[in-house]
Design a protein around this ligand. Structure first.
Ligand SMILES: [Mg+2]
Length: 341
């Protein structure tokens, strides 16, 4: 194994662990959240750090002034979209489905599925998730959508190529064997920690700790870190009560959004309005891309005000469904529905 330069202080938070080696590319994501810089994290007990991070996947702020409700601002939002083609990007967990203890049971309601189906009839619509693409498809079950699984590292487009067959884009395919090995090692190493759950998402691995006793969070994080020590081309991030192991390539949900716009032939278009709805730290990469493009906007799903690159907010999946309903209703009334792509 190549000698690595590992930035892994003993008591640093798992999400701050970035392992690099010459030639390995570490994504240039610059989280908006005020995570303590690495030095500040040294000496901070992992447990406290985990608690702190879990409470707020983004830094808490005192009010929603910066990110008003997308329902409350609906009229303004649709006025922005006049003459533009809306493209919808939807995260899955915590956005279309509630966050539940068992990740295998994160079902979306029939009503939500119907709302997404209606939206997709009017606007190109993509699901962008950290989950394995097949898994998220098994929850959503709408063939007409675009799916970007594994944080955008596994993209399937409907009717994309000349043969009218779904096209795949997998920028991290070389990592598949490694991810498989790491997934098995993680399952082995964490087996003794009750409530932990390793999920192989094909191009990334999730270690869920929602059901782990808080007293054992540190132990779990240390076990994960010990496995990753031998895999310098992988990096560790975290979402909502989940540690995530991903290839160190410059690819994230933001890049997936750009790829999808391009595949729709809309990347250079001025009359496109991408709307991205998500609840997780990883969705910030997409919110940030929209900010940088000066095009469209992000909507953060959260019950508490947070720092975010999103423009608007919604409190929970039920509000996401209300927003989707209103969008469909508005488009139908305006009588200018775009044909499905
Ligand atoms: Mg989510």
């Amino acid at each position: 194994m190549t000698k690595q330069s590992a930035v892994v202080p003993e008591a640093v938070a798992p999400e701050a662990v970035v392992v690099t080696q010459p030639g390995a590319t570490v994504p240039a994501s610059s989280p908006v959240f005020p995570y303590p810089p690495l030095k500040a994290a040294v000496g901070l007990p992992i447990k406290k750090f985990l608690q702190k991070q879990e409470i707020s996947s983004g830094g808490r702020v005192s009010s929603w002034d910066e990110h008003p409700s997308a329902l409350g601002m609906f009229e303004e939002i649709v006025s922005l979209s006049k003459g533009k083609k809306i493209v919808m990007f939807l995260d899955y967990d915590g956005t279309l489905s509630p966050i539940v203890d068992d990740p295998d049971r994160a079902y979306m309601s029939k009503a939500m599925r119907a709302a997404v189906r209606d939206v997709a009839k009017l606007f190109p619509t993509a699901i962008v998730s950290g989950r394995c693409r097949d898994k998220v498809y098994s929850f959503v079950r709408l063939a007409e959508l675009y799916y970007a699984g594994s944080h955008g590292m596994d993209i399937k487009c409907p009717k994309f190529n000349k043969g009218n067959k779904p096209a795949l884009f997998q920028p991290a395919s070389e990592f598949l064997p490694m991810i498989d090995v790491v997934s098995k090692l993680l399952a082995e190493k964490t087996r003794a920690i009750r409530g932990s759950r390793v999920e192989n998402n094909r191009f990334c691995v999730s270690v869920h700790f929602r059901c782990v006793d808080e007293k054992r969070w540190v132990e779990l994080a240390m076990q994960v870190r010990s496995v990753l020590h031998d895999f310098p081309k992988l990096r560790l991030t975290h979402g909502r009560k989940v540690l995530e192991i991903r290839p160190s390539i410059e690819w994230d949900k933001g890049k997936a959004l750009e790829f999808l716009l391009e595949s729709l032939g809309l990347s250079d278009s001025n009359d496109v309005l991408p709307v991205y709805i998500g609840d997780d730290r990883t969705d910030e990469d997409a919110f940030k891309v929209l900010r940088e493009r000066g095009q469209g906007f992000g909507i953060l799903v959260s019950k508490v005000p947070k720092e975010s690159h999103a423009t608007y907010s919604l409190q929970e999946p039920s509000e996401v469904m209300d927003f989707l309903h209103r969008l469909v209703e508005w488009k139908r009334l305006s009588g200018k529905g775009h044909p499905r792509v």
